[in-house]
Design a protein around this ligand. Structure first.
Ligand code: SAM
Length: 243
């Protein structure tokens, strides 16, 4: 990967950045995404935010050596603290856990007033982001799922709007877990991801069955059974053997 050629994962994130956008790429690492978008002429301005000194320096080096310092500003700081209110209209956050992404958005809520679009790529726990979006009046407008180098990734795009619009009336819990758009399409990558998750939950369930019973383990087992059932129904695997 470099500033001319992104991974499929980051290319999918790039696809949802609108022409002429002013972006903040939080957790930018090498600043590949903002440099790629600047070189393509997609964006008019970018802030590459990094909380760790090493990646911050590597981002600054890349921006300098590509001659992109007029467009891409590299800033050291935690989450959205690197941007001023109104400075950007699109935020990208990729390659972290969904819980961390939701925490970054939550801690920087006051910086989001002029932001029109969020493009988020959690490595795990996309449901934490869907829940945060739902609670904060952000409407999920698109989702993608892709496999690269043996890992499955989800990309979520959201805009301010009706947060309930993509969700139906009857299966909110399932849609928050697997994604309302991805559930409609149910492509092979989606099925592979959730069959793997299901097998993992079954393994954990068996381990808990061998553990000393307590209120906590019984609750956890119940939770796992519910999730297994929900995902089996979504996949059309209802008749497969449980636990
Ligand atoms: N976004 C790039 C990508 O998707 O390829 C880099 C992903 S890298 C795995 C995650 C980066 O996020 C790391 O460089 C890490 O230092 C940075 N990071 C983690 N927490 C952060 C935070 N609260 N604020 C800014 N950057 C953060």
């Amino acid at each position: 990967m470099n500033t001319d050629k992104l991974s499929n994962r980051l290319e999918t994130v790039a696809k949802y950045v609108q022409n002429g956008a002013k972006i903040a790429d939080i957790g930018s690492d090498h600043a590949y995404l903002p440099c790629f978008l600047a070189k393509k002429g997609t964006i008019s301005l970018a802030i590459a935010g990094e909380v760790v000194e090493g990646p911050f320096k590597s981002a600054a080096r890349n921006v300098q050596s590509e001659g992109l310092a007029d467009i891409v500003s590299v800033r050291l700081g935690d989450g959205l603290e690197v941007i001023e209110p109104g400075e950007v209209d699109c935020i990208t956050i990729a390659g972290m856990g969904g819980t961390l992404i939701a925490t970054i958005l939550d801690k920087g809520k006051e910086k989001l007033q002029k932001v029109m679009r969020l493009v988020l790529q959690p490595n795990i726990s996309a449901s934490s982001i869907r829940k945060w979006l739902l609670d904060h009046q952000w409407e999920l407008i698109a989702e993608e799922i892709l496999e690269e180098d043996g890992k499955i990734y989800e990309v979520l795009a959201a805009e301010k709007g009706d947060p309930y619009k993509p969700y139906g009336n009857t299966q909110l819990e399932l849609e928050l877990l697997v994604g309302p758009f991805l559930l409609k399409t149910k492509d092979e990558t989606f099925k592979k991801k959730w069959r793997m998750e299901k097998e993992n939950w079954k393994r954990i369930y068996s381990q808990l069955e061998g553990a000393t019973s307590s209120e906590e383990t019984e609750l956890k087992k119940q939770e796992l059974l519910e999730k297994i059932k929900m995902v089996e129904e979504a996949l059309g695997d209802e008749n497969s053997e449980r636990s």
